[in-house]
Design a protein around this ligand. Structure first.
Ligand SMILES: [Ca+2]
Ligand SMILES: [Ca+2]
Ligand SMILES: [Ca+2]
Length: 232
């Protein structure tokens, strides 16, 4: 209805707004919708310095929310998606610990709200926290002294039980440990240890073959080597 009103401008300013709204809606229409076709819907000047930006579900509306974290300052901002594609607004800001080298979105329970693992590769400290019903508010459920030096901590679905499992990988040594979630939130049990290739700088969970188990893309930024592997 507001768009119709804008189409009957009573001033130059309203006429300009009508044109702007019309062009915006045209911009939002994709030329085609084939696989890989992406088109920008929003560009914003955000804060500088976020070292980790984590996709989360802070509520159950189906739109992905975000956590932005600065490892140097410890600042963390949780923001929720609005109905406008790309538009997020902050709901919670907290002064967190500094130095987390990995912030991993997980499901430590089955409530549909994303929980978190914070890991510091220099100290080995790991903190698991679960989402409360207040968006962005997380409660620590487990702190553990883990191994140091994991360069990738990857959320996986190894067994299909709805609780997030983990792959911890050290790019220097090639050591890789798969662990599965137990029913105690945050508790993980080692399921497999393997000596993998060294040098993977990115290990990315994917769904390649359509089953519920996580597949992987491993990428070495120095050599450009990329390996896709599937779980079945
Ligand atoms: Ca959401
Ligand atoms: Ca949860
Ligand atoms: Ca699991």
């Amino acid at each position: 209805m507001s768009t119709l009103r804008l189409l009957k401008p009573t001033s130059i300013r309203k006429a300009f707004l009508a044109v702007f709204v019309l062009s915006l809606s045209l911009t939002l229409t994709p030329a085609h919708a084939g696989p890989g076709a992406q088109y920008p819907v929003l560009e914003v000047q955000a804060s500088t310095g976020w070292t980790t930006v984590v996709p989360m579900h802070l509520n159950r509306d189906g739109f992905t929310d975000l956590l932005s974290y600065n490892a140097s300052t410890g600042k963390a901002v949780y923001s929720v998606a609005t109905g406008t594609p790309g538009a997020q607004y902050p709901v919670f800001e907290v002064q967190a610990a500094k130095g987390w080298t990995a912030v991993v979105p997980m499901h430590l329970n089955r409530d549909g709200l994303t929980d978190l693992l914070f890991y510091n590769a220099n100290t080995g400290k790991a903190v698991y926290s679960v989402a409360t019903t207040a968006p962005g508010v997380q409660q620590t459920v487990l702190e553990v002294q883990a191994a140091k030096g994991w360069t990738s901590v990857v959320p996986l679905n190894i067994n299909g039980d709805g609780l997030t499992d983990l792959l911890s990988y050290n790019a220097s040594t090639g050591r890789a440990v798969y662990s599965v979630a137990t029913s105690v939130p945050g508790d993980q049990q080692t399921a497999l240890e393997v000596q993998a290739s060294t040098g993977w700088t990115a290990v990315v969970p994917l769904n390649i073959n359509g089953n519920v188990l996580s597949d992987l893309l491993s990428y070495n930024k120095t050599t450009g080597r990329a390996v896709y592997s599937v779980s079945d």
